[in-house]
Design a protein around this ligand. Sequence first.
Ligand code: AMP
Ligand code: GLY
Length: 418
Amino acid sequence: MNILILGSGGREHALAWAVQQNPKCDRLIVAPGNAGIAQIAECADLDILDGAAVADWACEESIDFVIVGPEAPLAEGVADTLRTAGIAVFGPSRQAARLEASKSFTKEICAAVNAPTAAYGRFDDLASARAYLAAQPIPIVIKADGLAAGKGVTVAETRAQAEAALADIFDGAHGRAEVVIEAFLTGEEASFFCLVDGETVLPLGTAQDHKRVGEGDTGPNTGGMGAYSPAPVMTPQVEARALDEIVRPTMSEMVRRGTPFQGVLFVGLMIDAGAPSLVEYNVRFGDPECQCLMMRLGGQVLDLLLACAEGQLDRAQVHWAEDHALCVVMAAAGYPGSYAKGGAICGLDALPSDSRNMVFHAGTARRDGQTVAAGGRVLGVTARGDTLSEARDRAYAMVDGVDWPDGFCRRDIGWRAL
Ligand code: AMP
Ligand code: GLY
């Protein structure tokens, strides 16, 4: 098969790494890719938000299967355009991608099937948002309603913070001025990944990430500073409740509305005393959760994604090893605020690169024969082990071999579970 993966981050490097281990994969192209991906696949310079351009290119290159990594092309309807052109694609339609693109849409779907999630109000003007806020207890959660790269959410500990977040949103900081104000949920968070081909839901795996930039889970939210899989809090009982109370009813509601979901559903949960509530849906793999999942799943991923795209999940099976994976994100100093690009990253060639140790590239480029930083999150240093602490020790041993003066990472990834 000729396979095209859309995206350029650590998630796509991990997907490419797993897919190319499957003997079905003859030719692998990633668009646009990055310097790490270029070591294991061809990279093509395509505008991945332009569905027609991607479909034309895929036809010319005889692409058999397209895997869409990030949410933005999905929200633009790129998967719809590819399917219309007769190309098999892994990823939901534009309508189904609203489960991530619109927080209020997901709330409405949850309400329709009584799925547990935080109570909320949705507003498109500052005055009504402020009036609602005044009557709510603190802490409270303020969310810009739209795609915001993980940065549109404020967990406000004081009324002043909540007011400031509202003011920001209605000043246009996140594009569209619409807000969801949500009750604050307590408990432990976990990410649950399910493949869905309309009606059939196949649990794929669990992970936990660290969204805050600072050690001890403090400071501003980021796209994710590290992750590990599996998530100990996702016991078989919690998983069964999440499937029965949240995932299956909402996926059936999507089918009933004529907009079935096909792809990977990233179920963000808050678990309190064994009871899961939905924090959010995403319609793609998490980044860096994907790096951990791919390292544990390996080449079978291609068979699973194909079964999903072909509506054959009822016949698919996930084979898990009893192991653990942990990913440490190395980011550019200043991230998630402004940061410098272009600093040289040395030492990578001396690091192991095998089925238990991989440095996935997130934001890198090649310049004058060197690997340089080209983004906020730059590397996803990932390792597998028989225990979580073994995976952690391996990952940090690799981190210590990276010579990148402009970079930083959290030293406590996995602390909750360890
Ligand atoms: P989201 O983009 O909706 O996942 O929100 C980003 C992060 O904010 C989540 O991973 C949680 O850590 C936190 N968060 C979001 N909603 C809530 C909530 N209702 N209660 C507590 N924390 C929340
Ligand atoms: N790591 C969180 C996300 O991908 O949204």
